[in-house]
Design a protein around this ligand. Structure first.
Ligand SMILES: [Zn+2]
Ligand SMILES: [Zn+2]
Length: 319
């Protein structure tokens, strides 16, 4: 099923023609529960990984102050919540949920966890190094300096090179429960975005503010940057204000992907038309956050890459 972002309530480029040249496309990924395979674009699905290539392990120091759990307990808990949706827990389910959590030792070395796999053929705004056709995103599902966020790893590869596929993917034993992605298939859709308001020229920004006076941050919330997981387009600087990420080589980094804590916010202006049926019992736990990832207090993790070279280290910002 395709997913269609509702038309914007206002064509901002018609109101302010000088913003038209700044329009940029982004691809919303629209993750929805499913059973992706190694040859699919996915979130929380299996990666196309060569059987003879070592699976990465995080070597960065960890902040051990979060909510630790074992990955297997978290899966069991989610399974029970899903099965019991719309009814009371059975005594057996209640007993399982009340069972003392097995000790999760935060000092356990952390195997990286598969987060997303994006094929160029599925994601129009994804640009990769020559020859590569798939981006794999892994992370260490623990908190790290300086933002208390998972440590992200990017791996580009040419899918034709992977002939002998790793059949059983390693997983960490211990994690913070908000960082386990549920398996989702993707329904990519291109949308048009405009810059975050604070990076616009002062004069234009001022006039947009005057125009939206009665419209409650209309540009900012409805017209500039899409909600949910997306590739490309503009970065939002909701927490810090604009702080461009600069690579060691001096180039300003560009947004690669936004890892979001939800697909649409309270206003639902970004909720796809196909997801708008009313009155139906919502699927657990939330129709608006199928991957079940939460970054901080519902923020997003914005991953940037250097336009000069894919070999330069990526950058990350939490906003
Ligand atoms: Zn780590
Ligand atoms: Zn660079």
């Amino acid at each position: 099923m395709t997913r269609t972002t509702p038309p914007r309530p206002v064509d901002i480029a018609a109101v302010f023609p000088e913003i038209a040249p700044l329009a940029r496309t982004a691809t919303r990924l629209h993750p929805r529960p499913g059973t992706p395979d190694v040859r699919s674009s996915s979130i929380g699905g299996p990666l196309l990984w060569p059987s003879d290539e070592p699976w990465p392990v995080c070597e960065e120091p960890h902040e051990n102050e979060g909510d630790f759990t074992r990955l297997d307990s978290e899966r069991r808990r989610r399974h029970i919540f899903s099965a019991a949706w719309g009814r009371a827990f059975t005594p057996a389910e209640r007993a399982e949920l009340d069972r003392d959590e097995e000790f999760a030792d935060p000092d356990t070395p952390t195997t990286m966890l598969a987060v997303a796999q994006l094929f160029l053929r599925d994601v129009p705004d994804l640009v990769g190094p020559p020859g590569a056709d798939v981006l794999q995103i892994l992370w260490c599902p623990r908190d790290h300096d300086p933002f208390y966020c998972p440590a992200v790893m990017l791996r580009w590869r040419r899918s034709a090179d992977v002939t002998d596929v790793l059949s059983e993917q390693p997983e960490p034993v211990v994690m913070e429960y908000e960082y386990l992605p549920e398996p989702c298939v993707l329904h990519p859709e291109q949308v048009v975005e405009y810059p975050y308001d604070e990076v616009l020229a002062d004069d234009l920004r001022e006039r947009i503010r005057m125009w939206e006076e009665s419209g409650e941050d209309r540009y900012y919330r409805e017209l500039a940057i899409a909600d949910g997981w997306k590739v490309g387009g503009y970065a939002g600087w909701y927490l810090s204000g604009p702080v461009p990420l600069v690579c060691e080589c001096g180039a300003e980094m560009e947004l690669l992907v936004k890892i979001a804590s939800g697909e649409w916010g309270g206003a639902e202006i970004w909720r796809p038309q196909e997801d708008a049926e009313e009155g139906e019992l919502p699927e657990p736990p939330s129709r608006s956050n199928p991957p079940q990832i939460t970054i901080g207090r519902g923020y997003s993790l914005w991953v940037f890459t250097c336009p000069a070279s894919f070999k330069h280290p990526h950058g990350v910002s939490m906003q």
